[in-house]
Design a protein around this ligand. Structure first.
Ligand code: IMP
Length: 445
């Protein structure tokens, strides 16, 4: 195998640069027609990507959006947690609608989310009462906790019913004890659990692969690889608004550890952010608008969760968090989504800094207590009334929209590569001299 030069690495990592739900699914779907591989590296079915293609709406949880392209190989990396029962349902649903899912591979080292993880997640939220995290209830936290406590079940066990049963027999009694003694839950029966998971083993076992080796081979062949992040920078277990975060590392560096790729493979990072901000679940949110503007954004942007159906908290674009996301991810470009949702707003606000206990700060505070006391300092822009859904090139955007985007780019300090002005693949503007031109069919002259 020849020696690979860094400038020959054809990879792009796509991450959320806010609190998740930034429209990553749409961006990845748009770019994946040119990708040979699409790889997920963290999270599980807490993610929910809606991809709209013509009259078809696909809601994906584990499976990368690249599955809709028959030529693209899709990998679920070792950094993920996977609910086998949900994944089987997802694959069946795709197959039923004529999508070939045979190009999916699952890392043997990914961890399984089991029924007891979901029960623990739900019971824990009930116990936390008003201090709850507002999780998606998918068992993500308990599954990652088991991984770290070295009592998880890995996807590699899906290939052999005997070893799956043995491992379940080892770990189930402890979970049952916790469920019964702490949460008053009846627990799970070993025989019933084996029967419940058997069909999933039959279906998913053949897809389990050494994805780290497969990825290294494809990279050496110069294949184009997209890494699909889930959730967003502010939900990262280390850098997010802890404890109101998810349980995985959501930043670009996780694309290396969550797939077995060396860090030098992560050279270009596209941060996806909405032209405003949303958040689901609890925790501080400085630019949240609890008045009319927040309601307008929710209604126009259909801001309801793909996974839970919960209504999302809405507010203005926050350049402080975007700058922070740019720093902790090493963003090399931005994708700004849902610009069309701002059409018809009389004025548009953009937070450039915070006022915190009488002091103005431009950085994101480390302590959640400090963040809770921050008030946004806004720059206000005139809105526009034009419908943007048919715009296909930057120059055709209304002057007021361009003015807002220029200010956004300036305040974040990272170039905008792509603008999304509607849910459909075609409703996408690729900006001039963008790092993603090789990934898209459109080239702006
Ligand atoms: P968990 O990931 O289900 O444990 O939830 C922890 C926090 O992350 C909660 O505030 C969830 O609402 C949030 N969260 C998890 N996944 C997503 C996502 O895909 N989009 C937006 N928020 C998410």
């Amino acid at each position: 195998m020849g020696v690979k030069q860094l400038d020959q690495v054809n990879s792009l990592v796509i991450v959320g640069a806010q609190w998740g739900d930034e429209g990553k699914g749409k961006v990845i779907d748009f770019l994946s027609s040119k990708a040979d591989l699409v790889v997920r590296f963290q999270g599980g079915d807490n993610a929910g990507h809606t991809v709209v293609y013509g009259a078809n709406v696909f809601k994906l949880h584990h499976v990368p959006s690249g599955i809709l392209n028959p030529e693209t190989l899709c990998l679920l990396g070792n950094g993920m947690v996977i609910n086998p029962l949900v994944l089987v349902r997802e694959l069946d649903e795709l197959e039923k609608r004529g999508i070939d899912t045979s190009n999916l591979r699952i890392s043997a080292k990914a961890h399984l989310i089991m029924a007891y993880h979901q029960a623990l997640d739900e019971a824990n939220e009930v116990m936390l009462a008003e201090k709850k995290i507002g999780t998606t209830g998918r068992g993500i936290g308990p599954a990652y906790a088991d991984k770290v406590l070295r009592r998880g079940i890995r996807a590699g066990e899906l290939v052999d019913f005997g070893s799956f049963g043995e491992r379940l027999n080892e770990v189930l009694p402890l979970h049952n004890r916790i469920l019964k003694d702490i949460y008053g839950h009846p627990g799970f029966n070993l025989k019933e659990m084996n029967a419940l998971y058997r069909p999933a083993l039959n279906r998913l076992g053949p897809l389990v692969t050494d994805t780290t080796r497969l990825l290294a081979e494809k990279m050496a062949e110069g294949k184009k690889i997209l890494f699909e992040g889930a959730q967003g920078a502010l939900l990262d277990i280390d850098h997010g608004t802890y404890p109101y975060v998810t349980s995985s590392s959501t930043v670009a560096a996780a694309a290396a550890s969550g797939t077995g790729l060396g860090p030098a493979g992560v050279t270009r990072v596209l941060g996806v952010l909405k032209a405003y901000t949303t958040r689901v679940g609890e925790g501080p949110f400085p630019t949240e608008d609890l008045a009319e503007a927040g309601d307008q954004l929710r209604e126009r942007g259909s801001e309801f969760g793909t996974t839970t159906g919960r209504s999302r908290r809405c507010g203005w674009f926050d350049a402080v968090i975007a700058r922070y996301a740019a720093r902790i991810n090493g963003l090399t470009g931005l994708a700004v989504t849902k610009l069309d949702v701002l059409s018809g707003m009389e004025v548009i606000n953009l937070a450039v800094k915070y006022s915190c206990n009488g002091r103005e700060i431009e950085y994101f505070p480390e302590r959640i207590r400090d963040l809770s006391q921050c008030e946004p300092v806004y720059r206000t822009f005139p809105g526009w009334d034009e419908d943007l859904s048919m715009v296909r090139c930057y120059e055709d955007l209304p002057e007021a929209a361009k003015h807002f985007l220029e200010a956004l780019e300036d305040s974040v300090g990272v170039k905008i590569d792509l603008i999304s002005i509607g849910p459909d693949r075609s409703q996408t503007i690729v900006c001039k001299n963008s790092q993603i031109e090789i990934w898209s069919n459109c080239r702006q002259e």
